[in-house]
Design a protein around this ligand. Structure first.
Ligand SMILES: Cc1ncc(COP(=O)(O)O)c(C=O)c1O
Length: 502
């Protein structure tokens, strides 16, 4: 069969080449230059019938027509790489990462074993070894690329259970988290069969860090009750406030108690590649295992997570398996070119996660990547300093690993003083909505110490510090406007604006 006579009916040179040529130009323009686009665009009820219609496969269509349909569908999305999107954890994707992803998906290599993708497997192993050494782990360290932090957290718990819970004691095994630990950890524990009465969510300290005294007391109490403490999950960059737990102290406790320390660094571990701020996360080196999302602060497309473990032999102990039809591949591996199917949950796994991350680091270089990460720190710090220069704003958590939370807390009328917190909750929610609808900034709300707060996690190297200052001033203007409106509404008999009258 000639290359061009494809079974799917397409002619490689005329149909596919033309489509790719046109597409790369459009994609580069539209998906990578997003700063003029709406930060968040949600499909409205009137759009749903069209989306349903095109969502139904049916007969064959022209590539051009279906590409248009795809562009329309993707238009209704939150632009996670928009420079002014500062909610959740943004993904300020580098166009180089995107290019790496395109190359990797074109080759569609199966990164599971030496037999299937020996080239990419060596790159993945080398890359992970290099990343592990950057965080100070020993030469025994290793890891695998995974879908993201949720999967890496689950794998950390599996290793902790297999290494630290004596056979037959699973029902009495207890895991320790803080009230700031990402919910994916509790979810993974539940999926692995740990009941909620075997999971301790310890109250964090005033800086939202795990309280080591609380941890020690809880472990002591549980041991005295005949339970089996086996795992502490520390955080390196909590999602809400960017807090980094005292990992060295926690590691000391774990060592003394024969427990495993898994660190959720899904967000914060990338700071270890920062050009000037690496110190903030240097206690990552004490982890037995850790999660690290390159699709957060390493500028990668989804999905690109890493699971790294201090002693890679432990991965194989938990995840190695056998299958008759894999016997040729199983016999065919060595330490330089491992079979990753023995190190992770997945059998079929894309080589693209490692390849695009490698591609980005190789093209952009570690110095520039480090400076791009530094910029995220500076954006949060400049937002904080701008806020501190204004009246009426309360900082609920200072700039920490690129996250700052704050709240408009200006004057309210005496009549509503006793409901001041509620009024401020409403004003801050309204500021967030207005910033989004006017496309000034994608700043979402969260709750900190029970109060509704605005939260900035701005990681885009393409957002200037002056733009951040402008956004804060706009938030201040809105806060004053809504506060004034609320006071007027409370004074007026009609009370027209329900949201702002008490
Ligand atoms: C601290 C932290 N851990 C874990 C996760 C889960 O990671 P993923 O969404 O990649 O599964 C997140 C997600 O945002 C996170 O912020």
């Amino acid at each position: 069969m000639a290359v061009t006579d494809r079974s799917d009916g397409f002619h490689l040179e005329t149909d596919i080449h033309a489509a790719i040529h046109d597409l790369t130009r459009r994609l580069a323009e539209q998906s990578q230059n997003v700063d003029k686009e709406p930060i968040i665009k949600v499909a409205q009820p009137e759009h749903v019938p069209y989306l349903r219609e095109v969502g139904t496969p049916g007969v064959a269509h022209d590539v051009e027509k279906v590409l248009e349909e795809a562009f329309t569908a993707f238009d209704f999305r939150l632009r996670v790489n928009h420079p002014r999107f500062m909610g959740l954890i943004p993904s300020p994707t580098s166009p180089i990462a995107w290019l790496g992803d395109v190359v990797a998906s074109a080759f569609n290599a199966l990164g599971a074993s030496k037999l299937q993708a020996s080239g990419p497997v060596v790159i993945e192993k080398t890359l992970i070894g290099w990343l592990a050494s950057r965080i100070g782990l020993p030469a025994t360290a290793g890891g695998v690329c995974v879908s993201g932090g949720s999967m890496a957290n689950l794998m950390g718990i599996v290793l902790a259970r297999d290494q630290c819970v004596p056979h037959g004691e699973e029902q009495r095994a207890v895991a320790y988290l803080s009230d700031q630990t990402h919910y994916s950890v509790a979810k993974a524990l539940r999926l692995l069969g740990f009941k909620s009465n075997r999971v301790r969510k310890l109250p964090s300290d005033v800086s939202f860090r795990m309280d080591v005294d609380e941890l020690q007391q809880a472990i002591k109490y549980d041991r005295a009750s005949g339970l089996v403490p086996f795992l502490v999950v520390g955080s390196c960059g909590t999602t809400n406030t960017g807090a980094v737990d005292p990992l060295k102290q926690i590691a000391d406790v774990c060592k003394m108690e024969g427990m495993w320390l898994h660190v959720d660094g899904a967000y914060g571990a990338s700071a270890s590649l920062s050009a000037t701020r690496r110190d903030v996360v240097n206690e990552l080196q004490y982890a037995d295992s850790l999660s690290w999302d390159a699709h957060k602060w390493l500028f990668q497309t989804y999905s690109c997570g890493l699971f790294i473990v201090k002693d890679k032999a432990n991965m194989v102990k938990s995840f190695a398996n056998e299958g008759d039809y894999l016997r040729d591949g199983t016999a065919f591996e060595d330490d330089d070119i491992p079979n990753f199917w023995n190190c992770t949950m997945e059998l079929t796994r894309p080589a693209s996660r490692a390849m695009k991350l490698w591609f980005t680091l190789r093209v952009v270089g570690t110095q520039r990547i480090g400076e791009m990460i530094d910029h995220g720190f500076k954006l949060a710090e400049s937002a904080e300093s701008e806020l501190r220069g204004l009246q009426d704003w309360e900082i609920l958590s200072p700039a920490n690993l690129g996250v700052v939370t704050f709240r408009y807390a200006g004057r309210t009328t005496a009549a509503v003083d006793d409901q001041r917190e509620q009024v401020h909750d409403a004003i801050n929610s309204r500021i967030s909505k207005e910033l989004i609808s006017s496309n000034v900034a994608g700043i979402l709300t969260t709750k900190v110490k029970g109060k509704v707060a605005l939260r900035i996690c701005a990681l885009s190297p393409d957002l200037a510090l002056e733009d951040m200052a402008h956004i804060i001033r706009e938030a201040d203007r809105l806060g004053k406007e809504f506060s004034m409106k609320m006071m007027m509404n409370n004074r007026s008999e009609e009370k027209e604006d329900d949201e702002f009258s008490i």
